[in-house]
Design a binder for this molecule. Structure first.
Ligand code: ADP
Ligand code: ADP
Ligand code: ZN
Length: 223
């Protein structure tokens, strides 16, 4: 019988969750489940869920918990998640964390938190470039594409997220400190949180994440 392995990657907007989650997912052979990506897919496909999430996302607010939970639990119920999955951008509030803990009771869960100071987050998010065709993430300065506007991984067109405008990033950071940091403290109080210095280079962050995961595997780590 195979066991579900769940990884939760926490951190503020722009911390490098998406960058690291796609590397980790490929390395561990787990699906990468990012609530922000799921909302953006719904938005671009014009679904009812996308319509409901739109104004919250564009203003840098959180989408209401009930919408997020319904979408997320539906996603992780699909067959590709049967052996486990990697969560990126979820949970973000205390009620989301509590709902997740209840659902995952008894499973093997690793919770990792990327820590980066606010001034660097504004710089990272405002230079972020996303590929329209694949999930690859570039940065105008820190990880520039070989050809301007073109994804290195697939040749797709790069675009900037509307909510990566510095004013909206600052609002997202305020929301993070108000609603998400208390939830991260909740994991820390349970003694089940690994904090990682997210200011290192992407390769060093990745190595730190893997080192913590290896250490956690031998030490157990059940919800
Ligand atoms: P980032 O990784 O840069 O913080 P995301 O792509 O994870 O951004 O999220 C983009 C937006 O989608 C958020 O600002 C929020 O409006 C919405 N969103 C994503 N995940 C959640 C969540 N777990 N709870 C509420 N809103 C969310
Ligand atoms: P998140 O998903 O947490 O919002 P991303 O992974 O999308 O963050 O990264 C935000 C931006 O910062 C992207 O443009 C990415 O290329 C860049 N970035 C990610 N990790 C690092 C790092 N360790 N050092 C410098 N820039 C980084
Ligand atoms: Zn691409």
């Amino acid at each position: 019988m195979s066991e579900q392995r769940i990884l939760i990657l926490l951190g503020p907007p722009g911390a490098g969750k998406g960058t690291q989650a796609s590397r980790l997912a490929a390395h561990l052979g787990l699906p990468h489940v990012a609530t922000g990506d799921l909302f953006r897919e719904n938005l671009s496909q014009g679904t009812a869920l996308g319509q409901r999430a739109k104004s919250f996302m564009e203003s840098g607010k959180l989408v209401p918990d009930e919408l997020v939970l319904e979408m997320l639990f539906d996603r992780v119920s699909r067959p590709d998640c049967a052996g486990g999955y990697l969560l990126d951008g979820f949970p973000r509030t205390l009620p989301q964390a509590e709902a997740l803990t209840e659902r995952l009771a008894g499973l093997s869960v690793s919770t990792l938190s990327l820590e980066v100071p606010d001034d660097q987050l504004v710089e990272r998010a405002s230079g972020r470039l996303l590929c329209k065709s694949c999930s690859n993430i570039h940065h105008a300065t820190f990880s520039p594409p070989r050809v301007a506007g073109v994804c290195d991984a697939c040749g797709g067109e790069l675009y900037r997220r509307k909510d990566d405008d510095p004013a909206v990033v600052r609002e997202r950071l305020a929301v993070f400190h108000e609603q998400t940091q208390p939830m991260i403290d909740y994991y820390a109080r349970q003694g089940s949180l690994e904090s990682i210095d997210g200011t290192q280079s992407p390769d060093d962050v990745f190595a730190s994440l893997l080192a913590r995961l290896d250490a956690g595997t031998s030490a157990g780590g059940r919800a």
